[in-house]
Design a binder for this molecule. Structure first.
Ligand code: 3HC
Ligand code: NAI
Length: 725
């Protein structure tokens, strides 16, 4: 919990709670005991606090916020206790000092950090604010602008920046603990008043009011519906307006408001869900705990279109040498220019002093049209057109050319991994690595295992995701995998709502107000309407292969909307053609404006098909779009395509712009209440019996029948169900 030792005049208190020394009640108690012991021992002249295993502390235990009052209150009290110590207290910061961990360090009179340490107050990302007086001490130490920036964004800052800001007194490259003990010995006997942050005034600005009002506008804009940044702002503003003790009271009030908000619960769930999703298992028994990845020392990317460019950029940024291959010299030159531009932009964004991107060196990045250049790479990512015959041809070639151990990955967004693998002689090494556009920016990597994919291949893809600083989520093989499969019914509902009387801008507004970055129609325009059109043609849903006499609005007895096909047939592919569900200022333009042409097309369409338009309210728009998506999520869980609801939520937050403060679609369903979601789906499916996406999944029905069980228990009901079958 916390170890106490002497060095000889300096008491050493070491926080110990693996893996990241969170401040559990036991740790706080042990820290308090250590301080009392040091205070009582006349031979102790100073105190040094450090953390076990090269980490100071990651702050309060996120899992413990459900019983909030005790730990938070005692943490703040402990920070005050440290500050009021009559003997100097020095923090030795190694690894990380985050949240409550940094607040403990702010209670200390001096701070020494290792050069590789990172510090931050990331509470805002958990829907909270620094609740152990951090919002009052930090502005006193580093000034309001820097403190406000750290507290409202939650960013981690490196030790060198912390030194410039005055957050730490010393940065060392060698032994931080020894340096802190040296400093502690040096400051014995020096007055502590000036080192107690609660006694310092907040540094003045020429026009604090003007600064604060501009900052508030910025914070609100960045918050996108999230409450915590605004309340973090209010807590820091309190530091500029009130004495320390009143500021602390205000901080506590605001903290309690956030703690009881649903947003904090959702954001904390999202944090833990991301960790849970790393622990993958497959129905065949493969698991993260037993599978070993193989090293990826070099990679190749085939196809330098929209996706391939971003994937190459990601690999180069992760310092993995890449061979980039295109079908001919013309495509290769276009692809090369695009990749170089992306890499130049990335290089400009990199921190001063960070390792530079070595992309002009052909040993690190090579462009070719020759498949023979792929002989020695450890991993290949295919990103050619979404066409099964082409993908199979390429995988057949790869299977002949690549060295025996090489992993063969496909970036397909929906196609069958097993069928692609069947074109090779090594299906155990074939896996889906589904990146999201733009691939060098989006954090999600959906990792899809096929029937024969080996545990080593899965572990290697997961390791690759980490190397690329992405969140890898392992899922099973089905049409659209997890993310796109849940997206299909959502987009389908959005289009049906247009048929029935709504407009793209009305549907988008409801979903954007809910918190999506962009609604379904803006999203389709951005991605390109032709992508789905080609896929529907491939599935025989539209185009010449549709049998004569097929009703326009029905396919295989189910409701179908030809509206998106009609748009594509008029050359409206979205942003790229300047027209889609909206009109844009030019081809490639980004400003969407409602389009009278589309409104009259909708009116005409309803006339042709005898549809009486009706007013559709916000509730129906939201529920039909979201609940059909969630319903598909339950079907996916029941089929064993994903190991748990957390996986679906991580996919939606990181790949589909789902508002993080609403925890992901499955978490959201649990907050709405499963019986309510079920009742609504029943209602809508009765009104639209020809829409299978609205018919409640058996798993949802089973869970709702037992009430609204906590999300972490859902999967146990599934195994009860299967064991009875
Ligand atoms: N509480 C509980 N568990 C935590 C935790 C925390 N604050 N921080 C990390 N963990 C757990 C993780 O859940 C994970 O557990 P698992 O092995 O069971 O999955 C384990 O520690 C390791 O974490 P990571 O997998 O994330 O390891 P990394 O090395 O990639 O990252 C980290 C380490 C940078 C510390 C990262 O975990 C992190 O950012 N943690 C959150 C820090 C934070 O937000 N602190 C603020 C807490 S709120 C607070 O202090 C309130 C106060 O103001 C009153
Ligand atoms: P794209 O059309 O922009 O690029 C495809 C590239 O592949 C072209 O540059 C083409 O010249 C090249 N290519 C075609 N045949 C080739 C061959 N035989 N050898 C080498 N190169 C060849 O396509 P995009 O959008 O990049 O999609 C690629 C894959 O990624 C598809 O499977 C798609 O479904 C998937 N995907 C696309 C997303 C998107 O938002 N565009 C998102 C996620 C996955």
């Amino acid at each position: 919990m916390a170890q106490y030792a002497r060095s000889p005049a300096v008491a050493v208190i070491r926080l110990r709670n693996p893996p990241v020394n969170t401040l559990s009640f036991a740790v706080l108690q042990a820290l308090e005991d250590g301080l009392e012991k040091a205070d009582a021992d006349p031979s102790v002249k100073a105190v040094m606090i450090c953390g076990e295993n090269g980490k100071f502390s990651a702050g309060a235990d996120i899992r413990g916020f459900s019983s909030p009052n005790r730990p938070v209150k005692s943490l703040a009290a402990l920070v005050s206790l440290i500050e009021s110590s009559k003997k100097p207290v020095v923090a030795a910061i190694e690894g990380i000092a985050l949240g409550g961990g940094l607040e403990v360090a702010l209670g200390c009179h001096y701070r020494v950090a290792h050069v590789k340490a990172r510090m931050g107050l990331p509470e805002v990302t958990l829907g909270l604010l620094p609740g152990a007086e951090g919002t009052q001490r930090l502005p006193r130490l580093i000034g309001v602008p820097a403190a406000l920036d750290m507290i409202t964004t939650g960013k981690h800052i490196p030790a060198t920046e912390a030194l410039k800001l005055g957050l730490v007194d010393e940065v060392v490259e060698e032994n931080t603990v020894e340096a802190a003990i040296r400093l502690a010995n040096k400051v014995i006997g020096q007055p502590l008043g000036p080192r107690r942050l609660s006694l310092k005034p907040v540094p003045k600005l020429p026009d604090m009011e003007a600064f604060l009002s501009q900052a508030r506008v910025r914070v609100k804009k960045q918050a996108q519906g999230c409450l915590a940044p605004e309340l973090c702002f209010q807590a820091v503003r309190a530091a500029t307006q009130m004495p320390f003790a009143d500021g602390v009271r205000r901080e506590r009030e605001l903290f309690m408001v956030l703690l009881s908000s649903g947003q904090a619960r959702a954001l904390q769930y999202a944090f833990l869900a991301e960790r849970a999703a790393q622990k993958w298992t497959t129905p065949g028994g493969a698991s993260w705990s037993s599978a070993t990845p193989q090293p990826v020392r070099s990679a190749a990317v085939i196809g330098l279109g929209t996706m391939g460019r971003g994937i190459v950029t990601s690999l180069v940024k992760a310092n993995i040498p890449v061979v980039a291959l295109e079908q001919d010299l013309e495509y290769l030159n276009t692809g090369r220019k695009a990749v170089m531009l992306l890499l130049e932009r990335e290089a400009m964004k990199m921190e001063v002093g960070a390792q530079t991107l070595d992309f002009h060196n052909p040993a690190r990045l090579q462009f070719t049209v020759d498949f023979d250049s792929l002989r020695d790479v450890d991993l290949v990512i295919e990103a050619v057109f979404e066409n099964m015959a082409l993908k199979k041809e390429i995988f057949h070639k790869l299977s002949r050319i690549c060295k025996p151990g090489a992993l063969l990955c496909t970036n397909t967004s929906a196609l069958n991994i097993d069928e692609i693998a069947s074109a090779t002689s090594r299906p155990q090494q074939v896996i889906g690595t589904h990146f999201f556009s733009p691939a060098h920016v989006m954090r999600l990597l959906e990792i899809i295992y096929g029937r024969h994919t080996s545990p080593t291949a899965i572990a290697t893809a997961v390791q690759l995701a980490k190397a690329l600083k992405k969140v890898g989520v392992v899922v099973g093989n089905c049409f659209g995998f997890v993310g796109n499969r849940m997206m299909f019914p959502y987009v389908q509902q959005a289009v049906f709502l247009l048929e029935e009387g709504s407009r793209p801008e009305a549907v988008d507004r409801v979903l954007e107000d809910f918190g999506f970055k962009i609604g379904p129609f803006r999203m389709s325009d951005l991605a390109g309407l032709d992508v789905g059109w080609r896929s529907r043609q491939g599935q025989g849903l539209t185009g010449p292969s549709v049998p004569a006499g097929t009703p326009a609005r029905q396919r295989q007895g189910q409701r179908y909307s030809p509206l998106p096909d009609l748009l594509c047939e008029s050359g409206r592919f979205g942003q790229k053609t300047g027209k889609g569900w909206y009109q844009y200022e030019k081809a490639g333009g980004r400003t969407a404006t409602p389009d009278p042409w589309l409104h009259s097309l909708l009116a005409q369409y309803r006339d042709t098909h005898g549809i009486e338009p009706r007013f559709i309210d916000q509730e129906e728009i939201l529920e039909r779009c979201l609940f059909s998506l969630i319903n598909e999520g339950f079907a996916i869980l029941a089929e064993g395509i994903a190991s748990g609801p957390e996986h679906l939520d991580v996919i939606y937050i990181n790949g589909y712009g789902w508002p993080k403060h609403k925890g992901g679609p499955m978490f959201y369903a649990s907050t709405v209440g499963l019986p309510r979601v079920l009742a609504k789906l029943h209602k809508y499916s009765e009104a639209h019996p020809d829409v299978p996406g609205l018919q409640p999944s058996a798993f949802l029905k089973k869970l709702a029948a037992v009430g609204n069980p906590p999300i972490k228990e859902w999967m146990s009901y599934l195994s009860q169900q299967s064991s009875r079958l």
